[in-house]
Design a protein around this ligand. Structure first.
Ligand code: ZN
Length: 165
């Protein structure tokens, strides 16, 4: 990576999220859940969301891996918490476009801290690390079932990718 001042600022933000992750932990009353992994790098991300209607009322993650994967999931949870499902899916699309080199996407301020990851798009093997968070989000939102209005919760635990520690 170059040592341009902007890059240094972005690297500091990535490290800050990595060291002090937002929304890390278990969400006991989640309604959907997804786990994804990036075997190339050894990254693992699990997210849990409590949907109320179409709103992401709460979101939490757990995971391990490189600083890019863990910082991006911290940033992603902070960004989508409180948003509507449709907005979260739009942000996933904009972020994916940014990681694939779109200048329009990288200038979209609605990505917030996630814009710090735009430099990663120059390193093809690391793009997967950055996209892991939104892969998990899309899986949770796309395949998750609506919560049962009578009080039960539908779980999508993505057990086909189950890993143990
Ligand atoms: Zn990684």
């Amino acid at each position: 990576m170059t040592e341009a001042p902007l890059t240094s600022l972005y690297q500091a933000l990535i490290l800050e999220h990595y060291r002090h992750p937002r929304n890390k932990g278990e969400l006991a009353d989640h309604t959907v859940e997804a786990r994804v992994a990036n075997p190339v790098c050894g990254d693992e991300v699990k997210i849990q969301i409590r949907l109320e209607g179409d709103r992401i009322e709460e979101i939490a993650f757990d995971g391990q891996g490189c600083s890019i994967s863990q910082a991006s999931v911290s940033m992603m949870t902070a960004l989508v918490k409180g948003t509507e499902r449709s907005e979260a899916i739009r942000l996933a699309e904009v972020f994916t476009d940014m990681m694939h080199g779109s200048e329009d996407a990288s200038s979209d301020r609605s990505l917030g801290d996630l814009r710090a990851l735009q430099g990663v798009s120059k390193f093809p093997v690391r793009i997967r690390c950055a996209l892991l968070a939104f892969d998990a989000l899309r899986e949770a939102l796309g395949t998750g079932l609506e919560p049962d209005p009578l009080g039960g919760a539908a779980h999508n635990d993505g057990s086909q990718e189950e890993t143990t520690h």
